[in-house]
Design a protein around this ligand. Structure first.
Ligand code: FAD
Length: 522
């Protein structure tokens, strides 16, 4: 123990000496036992967005929370005044949020996953849960928990994201209307604060840190371990898609579906702009779609919509999944005969985006720039947002999905750091509903040059600015802003709380510099 602590200290010192040396890069991998680090900017400066490539001076591959604690304790109490630190989970950010220019990137996948499943009834009272490393991927947790017939309740669409990475932003998918975002399904966190303090926190023990870190964009501490709520996993689900040619009918059916949580387990939706989307989004959906819409007629472009919902085959309903889907479908108003269903394993359903990834990888279209924009839109502004979107994008040229589906405001804990749009003061039932819109564009470098990518980023900023104005009143999800004043505006009346939390847990502004919210204080 004493020896290992000594070795760890030696390595942190070496890391910091390396940062100070005229040649900042450590050229060859070094491994000193308990704490190993290496200069390897190839992944640490790249993310899924492929828009920014900020090189760190060094990369830390921690073997334990203590390694991270040691580094942050040292930085926060020494004269290494300009060094910043970013945790990097799976690096699926868009705008360099997990990068640290000339700082240190901590590669969280180096921490052992150590997934422990605790099943209710098997020596565990209350609820089933999993303890998992902050650097583990959700797909790893799914594999492990399914061995016990369990699974987390709340997901993201794509599972090759890290637990710490999605808990730092929210974590949403088609289950969010029912169970809340992933940050509403966490019982406990182990966090290393910006001061290097290792804290185990819960909603009642060090609650300020617990809630600050959830949706906290990595600003207050590094999540090294999380306790995630689990539920019984179904073996199969019925996965259904229905098509629409009218926006109001589409959204009112989505709202109908989320009003029936006793029957429906998952609800999402897409804007269908072109053939490419229909083809691309159907890679994993195992039923042939006999849907051949006319995207162009009489010189104008037509837009269609698709609802995707799922019903778990878990024995909790009083009828078979087939009967449940029939009952739901009877109440819906989709285009006649354009409802398609398929029975798939729960695992394949949750892992559906992996098939799309493989398909895009096979044609070289996965590792391309992704100028994405995600926005929370109040129900009162969703139609205006749809109009704004369709005025600014060109349907024929748009590559990638546009997701649009409803969430329920009261499934989000306002103590966390996520900012939802303010309620506009309408009827309570309407105010409860929010939409998430994900404009998930791919920019193929073969046809989109650097100038074209800049134009797309400007376009996104224009959409975000216009949608944030009072008429629509939207807020960015996984926000990206160009200046601290934009951040202040983003957080609005929650800014003071955010700044107070930062002053308490990371007063020198060491953590997560990639967002550009707070400066590093010397
Ligand atoms: P990174 O990109 O590595 O990090 C993101 C931020 O979190 C950085 O600021 C980083 O410093 C911080 N961070 C990382 N790990 C930790 C930690 N352990 N402790 C504290 N801070 C940390 N999001 C959804 O909500 N729903 C979806 O359905 C969804 N689908 C997606 C599909 C794809 C293909 C992609 C690329 C992204 C998707 N996202 C989705 C967005 C994704 O959830 C976020 O970008 C998330 O932050 C990525 O996790 P990551 O592990 O890659 O984080």
């Amino acid at each position: 123990m004493v020896i290992s602590l000594f070795c760890a200290r030696v390595n942190v010192l070496l890391l910091l000496l390396a940062l100070c040396s005229p040649c900042k890069f450590i050229q060859s991998p070094m491994d000193f036992g308990p704490l190993s680090f290496l200069q390897k900017t190839s992944t640490a400066c790249v993310d899924f967005g492929r828009i920014l490539f900020n090189s760190p001076s060094a990369v830390l591959r921690p073997q334990s929370s203590e390694d991270i604690s040691l580094l942050l304790s040292f930085l926060s109490s020494s004269s290494f005044s300009r060094v910043t630190v970013a945790a990097r989970g799976a690096g699926h950010s868009i705008h360099g949020q997990a990068q640290a220019l000339d700082g240190i990137v901590i590669e969280m996948d180096a921490l052992p996953s150590n997934i422990e499943i605790h099943k209710k009834g098997e020596g565990v009272v209350g609820v089933s849960y999993a303890d998992v490393s902050g650097g583990a991927l959700w797909i790893e947790l799914l594999h492990e928990s399914l061995k016990h017939g369990l699974a987390p309740r709340s997901w993201t669409d794509y599972l090759y994201l890290s637990v710490g990475g999605t808990l730092s932003i929210g974590g949403i998918s088609g289950q969010t209307f029912k169970h809340g975002p992933q940050i509403s399904n966490v019982l406990q966190l182990d966090v290393v604060t910006g001061k290097g303090k290792l804290v185990t926190c819960t909603p009642t023990k060090s609650p300020e840190l617990f809630f600050a870190v959830l949706g906290g964009l990595g600003q207050f501490g590094i999540i090294t371990r999380a306790r995630i709520l689990l539920q019984d996993a179904p073996e199969k689900v019925k996965w259904v898609r229905a098509f629409y040619d009218d926006f109001d009918t589409f959204t009112s059916d989505q709202e109908l579906l989320i009003s029936m949580p006793e029957l429906v387990d998952y609800v999402e939706g897409f804007v269908v702009l072109n053939e490419q989307f229909l083809h691309g989004s159907s890679t994993a959906f195992p039923t042939h779609l006999d849907f051949t819409p006319e995207f162009h007629s009489n010189g104008s472009s037509n837009v269609y919509y698709c609802i995707e919902f799922a019903v778990h085959d878990d024995g909790s309903k009083n009828a078979s999944t087939e009967e449940v889907v029939e009952e739901i479908a009877r109440r819906m108003s989709h285009l006649p005969s354009h409802l398609y269903g398929a029975e798939v394993s729960y695992y394949d359903f949750l892992n559906r985006v992996r098939m799309e990834e493989m398909s895009l990888r096979s044609v070289g279209l996965w590792e391309v720039p992704h100028p994405w924009l995600n926005m929370f839109v109040p129900k009162s502004g969703i139609k205006a947002f749809r109009d704004l979107l369709l005025e600014t994008i060109s349907p024929d040229e748009f590559a990638g999905p546009i997701l649009l589906y409803p969430l329920l405001r009261d499934k989000w804990d306002t103590n966390t750091s996520v900012v939802l749009p303010d309620a506009a003061g309408g009827a309570a039932e309407d105010e409860r509903v929010l939409y998430i819109v994900g404009v998930l564009r791919s920019a193929n470098p073969a046809s989109c040059t650097a100038e074209c990518l800049r134009d797309l980023l400007r376009l996104n900023r224009g959409i975000a600015d216009a949608a944030s104005a009072p008429g629509i009143g939207a807020k960015q999800y996984i926000p990206h802003h160009p200046s601290p004043s934009h951040w202040r505006e983003h957080f609005g009346r929650r800014w003071e709380r955010l700044a107070a939390r930062k002053a308490r847990f990371d007063p020198l502004g060491i953590l997560a510099p990639g967002h550009g919210i707070f400066p590093r204080i010397s």
